[in-house]
Design a protein around this ligand. Structure first.
Ligand SMILES: [Fe+2]
Length: 376
């Protein structure tokens, strides 16, 4: 009766469970089941002899709770403490097999991962052997643990976050340039923009139903009116900007182009118009190509690695940003060849997938510093 009521209650809450990422904090135990049959008693002492048939390992403690939540369709972030021993390795492997569990652990070699070995004769348990120790965590471990929990809770809050001051959407970018005609021509070419308004001083360009998506202001006429000293200072400043990497200011603007087919289509059509990306990188969760405008501003076009809401929910929304979100530089033509050969999306979006055998990908912040280097 209680079971029936419980089942109904769980069913009525299952939608809520599916919608939320549940934080599960607690001890992890490795449950080891030694399965066999007892057919005889030892002649030396009245001890049953278990004839071994096989064994099974399962995650116990908070791991079992996490697995139950997953079985109801939920997504779990499991935070715990592990030792560096055989039991912890088995636990990590078992959790890896659970797609909807994001696992974070503080590891300490002084910690003994609890192991419970059960010896089972058919359906009857003969003996349980516990390997565990009263563990005192150092202050450092406690801080690490709390930091992980805090980060996970913040990430969950962030996903549901919508500021009361939030704008509807991103709308347009505006550039200042002394390279007016070239800049206007570049954006007309890149996005097929139409100038909604264009004077000698400013152009408003649109690529969809909006009145403008890119504004370009011509600073050249204003500069002509300046005195010689101001002109020299400005020329020097512009020279510095162009020749020495800047360490402040806007890095790039970015647009999404999904799915991958549309992204390749954009690449080829832009190439036909004489435009090629300056930088191509697989960020590991999105893949981007970056075009450089005549003033050196970068414009990113990216496709996402998940193809639907469910995948998004299981990947970045539930698991958070990848540990290394910059990614690996890649060769777009090799990637296109792989795409034409029918490679799966999983392979097409794998980091370092266009690097020749025996070479290493240029990855992480090095990829952003050496944009043109595809491998090393
Ligand atoms: Fe970006």
């Amino acid at each position: 009766m209680l079971n029936k009521k419980l089942k109904l209650l769980i069913k009525s809450r299952s939608k809520k469970i599916k919608k939320n990422n549940i934080l599960c904090i607690g001890d992890l135990i490795l449950d080891n089941y030694q399965l066999g049959r007892v057919n005889r008693i030892s002649p030396e002492a009245p001890v049953p002899i278990l004839s071994y048939q096989n064994e099974r390992k399962e995650i116990g403690g908070a791991g079992n709770v996490a697995k139950n939540i997953v079985s109801l369709g939920g997504i779990v972030t499991l935070v715990s403490i592990l030792g560096i021993d055989n039991a912890s390795k088995s636990i990590e492997n078992l959790i890896k097999a659970e797609k909807s569990i994001k696992f974070k652990a503080v590891k300490n070699k002084r910690y003994i991962t609890p192991l419970k070995s059960r010896f089972i004769d058919g359906a009857k348990q003969l003996l349980r052997v516990d390997k565990e120790k009263e563990n005192n965590f150092s202050r450092n471990d406690q801080i690490k643990f709390l930091n992980i929990c805090e980060k996970e809770i913040n990430f969950d809050l962030y996903k549901k976050y919508k500021s009361e001051y939030a704008p509807d959407s991103f709308h347009h970018v505006a550039f200042k340039t002394q390279n007016y005609d070239a800049m206007v021509e570049f954006y007309e070419k890149l996005f097929g923009c139409k100038p909604m308004y264009k004077s000698n001083d400013i152009a408003f360009l649109a690529f969809d139903e909006e009145h403008h998506r890119i504004a370009i202001a011509n600073t050249e006429p204003g500069i002509k009116k300046l005195g010689i000293i101001s002109k020299i200072i400005l020329a020097f400043r512009n020279w510095l900007n162009k020749n020495i990497p800047t360490t402040i200011g806007l890095d790039h603007i970015s647009y999404s182009l999904n799915p991958i087919d549309k992204w390749f289509d954009f690449y080829h059509k832009a190439k036909d118009r004489g435009l090629e990306p300056y930088w191509t990188i697989n960020h590991g969760w999105i893949t981007g190509m970056y075009y450089k405008d005549p003033d050196g501003n970068l414009v990113e076009l990216f496709f996402e690695h998940w193809t639907n809401d469910e995948e998004y929910k299981n990947e970045i929304s539930a698991r958070g940003f990848p540990e290394e979100p910059v990614g690996t530089n890649m060769d777009i033509d090799i990637l296109y060849q792989m795409y034409k050969n029918g490679e799966s999306l999983k392979n097409l979006t794998k980091k370092g997938n266009t690097v020749p055998e025996g070479k290493k990908p240029v990855a992480g912040i090095q990829a952003a510093i050496n944009m043109r280097k595809k491998f090393k």
